[in-house]
Write a protein that binds this ligand. Structure first.
Ligand SMILES: [Zn+2]
Length: 300
């Protein structure tokens, strides 16, 4: 009775003062128009480049604007400066959930038959995942979270199997081939506690979106996410069948016994070509992924 009366007065106060504003919803148009296009304006963003550094600075500024606590991890890999950016919220509320995306772009478009020496612009392969995480930072209802949530922006994912002198040419360059997921590996190696789940989003913005189960990902967690997608009406884009087997930023977490999923649309014809540009992406695709993640996070 007392609680009911209190609730009534609180409702009255909120409605009089306008505090009970409607919760924000993930907006794919905003994710595309702002976060994808702002990243594309920086040009190609390979690890160690000025544009990569500027992308990290941009991510930090957006996280700060959305009131997330920001930490960075800086280290050197084969002589190249690498920086992960991690936004944290609801710290200490519960076990950690990490949502991750890489923000660097591949130094060479080696799948491009005519321009294999040019850098990948990285609209889908880079900007799309970052845009989803930044829009989540803006719109998540933190009051509904029961976990500490990290948004991890990994550097140096996408130069795997390229020579160091291709990635970062110069007098002191190291010709050793680069590993994939250098930034994510560093995060996985420096965790304070074992997270309860890690979800990586990569290449999820294609207009003709089809996201299948990934072979190495945690099966139960994948099922949960795809069933939320079906409930939201996205069954045509989230297809609960196995297709690709990926080595990606989820791999270093899986290797340490952590539940991890790679949400990736690998049926992307422009992968690692110079045609990976913003016109191939749609806000609707970003929104489907964002709303699945938002619904999942807020219901944990
Ligand atoms: Zn890639």
């Amino acid at each position: 009775m007392r609680m009911a009366a209190l609730a009534f007065f609180l409702t009255l106060i909120y409605s009089l003062t306008g505090c009970a504003s409607a919760p924000l919803r993930f907006d794919g148009t905003h994710a595309y128009q702002k976060y994808v296009l702002d990243q594309m304006d920086l040009g190609a963003r390979p690890a160690g480049s000025a544009a990569d550094r500027a992308t990290g600075d941009y991510i930090i500024a957006q996280l700060n604007a959305s009131k997330w606590n920001v930490t960075t991890q800086e280290f050197t890999y084969h002589g190249v400066a690498v920086r992960n950016v991690i936004g944290k919220i609801a710290e200490g509320r519960g076990p950690i959930i990490i949502l991750g995306a890489h923000y660097d772009t591949r130094a060479r478009a080696d799948q491009d038959k005519t321009h294999p020496d040019q850098p990948v612009p990285g609209a889908d392969d880079g900007a799309s995942g970052v845009a989803v995480l930044l829009e989540l930072a803006r719109t998540l209802d933190v009051s509904k979270l029961k976990n500490e949530v990290w948004l991890a922006f990994f550097d140096a994912e996408d130069d795997g199997e390229l020579s160091g002198c291709i990635v970062a040419p110069g007098p002191a360059c190291d010709s050793a081939s680069w590993q994939w997921s250098v930034g994510a590996t560093y995060v996985a190696e420096h965790l304070p506690t074992k997270p309860t789940a890690v979800i990586v989003v990569d290449m999820i913005g294609y207009t003709d979106q089809k996201i299948y189960y990934e072979q190495n990902s945690d099966a139960a967690l994948q099922q949960q996410l795809w069933s939320i997608a079906a409930q939201l009406g996205y069954a045509a884009q989230f297809i609960p069948q196995y297709k690709w087997s990926m080595e990606d930023d989820h791999t270093p977490f899986l290797q340490r016994g952590i539940r991890a999923v790679d949400m990736i649309d690998f049926d992307y014809p422009y992968w690692h070509t110079i045609q990976d540009t913003a016109d191939k992406l749609s806000g609707a695709s970003l929104e489907r992924v964002g709303r699945v993640l938002q619904t999942w996070l807020e219901s944990q």
